[in-house]
Design a protein around this ligand. Structure first.
Ligand code: PHB
Length: 395
């Protein structure tokens, strides 16, 4: 028999076996093996606590469901992305190409997210964004396999401008880290504040993750605005709050921000944080059975208080559970998986939310004030707020 004939005969036999179901155990084994989840998060640097809170929240959601996804055991992989955008693609590729994860959960920093977005779009791997708000991810570069469970960078600040004008602050200084998260937070603030009639007298910035605020605080004192609005987060936010008070500005020029400013930093910031008003899609003090139950379980599991990052990690777990259950753990069943995730309502500690067409949360934004190391809700600044999703072909 010629070689060619032999090959044909073999493949014909294989096809026969497959159609008779003889190869099925092989396929079933492939799908019922462990489902690989890759965390790409900052575990060092100014955002290290944020990364840990996200992972904790995610694991809590999964553990509450018996530690499995769609009936499959889970194997976790981890990469510390150091909030370093220059290593974004390389780090995401480690999880996707080397570890062959089924789903990539990450990250915090908008610049690093752009690396993940490229790898996600090129490889088609399911990519869940538990924090980074970079607009492009759910606007011009949106993709069927990318879902964000947090916010877009301009969402929280879009609710801030009117609040400040209602309080009579007509002239404001804006200050932030100069990178996508700060610039896009400014976009939301500027639109809402100027639409309400306010004037931004100066935009101040410093490179991420620089925390030498002194010269800028001196400039703010000289400018004498009615108020200051800002975007900072993590360790840098705690230092900004303390430096603002130490510079003598607290009590003289009210400080506002997107709520990241006061998330996870209230112990470190101490009384310097009292009175800061922020807008955010979560608050510790939300008086709902869902939030109380979540907070209790989180404290039991981790002996620390959850913050918005923990909630976003938790919600990422909840979303993945809904998707995985719909396809019985077969994440390769992409159309059904995406459909289930797009249609999901997430019963979150922050309140129920849904996915926009561009895969970004449609959610309420709360108005909060810091009192005694707690973010207290004092109102709803925006109801069911959606990002524009502009430029997203799916939207
Ligand atoms: C971001 O880089 O997108 C970012 C980082 C920390 C936050 C919010 C947004 O708290």
């Amino acid at each position: 028999m010629s070689t060619r004939r032999l090959v044909l005969t073999r493949s014909a036999a294989l096809m026969g076996a497959a159609s008779a179901g003889l190869l099925l155990p092989e396929i079933v084994r492939a799908q019922s093996g462990k489902l690989k989840v890759g965390f790409m998060l900052p575990y060092t640097g100014t955002f290290s606590q944020l990364g840990m809170a996200i992972e904790n929240g995610f694991r809590l959601a999964i553990n509450e469901q018996g530690g499995k996804l769609g009936g499959r055991e889970i194997e976790y992989f981890k990469v510390d992305d150091e909030s370093d955008p220059s290593k974004g693609i390389e780090n995401a590729s480690k999880l996707v190409q080397r570890d062959k994860v089924d789903v990539l959960v990450g990250t915090v920093h908008s610049g690093v997210q752009m690396g993940i977005q490229k790898v996600a779009r090129d490889s088609g791997v399911l990519s869940l964004i538990p924090n980074a708000g970079v607009h492009a991810a759910t606007r011009g570069l949106c993709a069927p396999n990318v879902f964000r469970t947090s916010f877009s960078n301009s969402q929280p600040t879009r609710a801030l401008g009117k609040v400040m004008m209602d309080k009579g602050h007509k002239k404001t200084v804006w200050i932030t880290w100069k990178y996508a998260a700060g610039d896009e937070a400014f976009e939301g603030f500027k639109e809402s504040y100027t639409a309400a009639g306010g004037t931004i007298i100066k935009e101040l910035g410093l490179p991420f993750p620089n925390v030498e605020f002194q010269a800028l605080l001196t400039e703010i004192a000289a400018l004498k605005p009615d108020a200051v609005a800002c975007f900072f987060a993590g360790g840098g936010a705690a230092k900004f709050i303390r430096d603002y008070a130490a510079a003598g500005l607290k009590g003289k020029i009210p400080l506002y921000g997107s709520g990241f400013l006061t998330e996870g930093v209230l112990e470190a910031a101490g009384p310097a944080a009292d009175g800061i008003i922020t807008t955010m899609h979560y608050s510790d003090s939300l008086d709902t059975p869902r939030n109380k139950q979540f907070r209790l379980e989180y404290v039991k599991a981790y002996r620390s208080q959850p913050d918005v990052y923990a909630v976003q990690g938790y919600d990422t777990g909840l979303l993945l559970i809904q998707g995985a259950n719909a396809v019985k753990g077969d994440l390769n069943a992409k159309p059904a998986l995406y459909k289930a995730m797009e249609g999901a309502t997430i019963d979150s500690p922050r309140g129920k939310w849904t996915m926009s067409k561009a895969h970004n949360p449609v959610q309420d934004i709360y108005l909060r004030v810091v009192e005694n190391k707690e973010n207290k809700v004092i109102g709803i600044a925006a109801k069911a707020l959606a990002d524009s999703g502009v430029g997203c072909k799916m939207a």
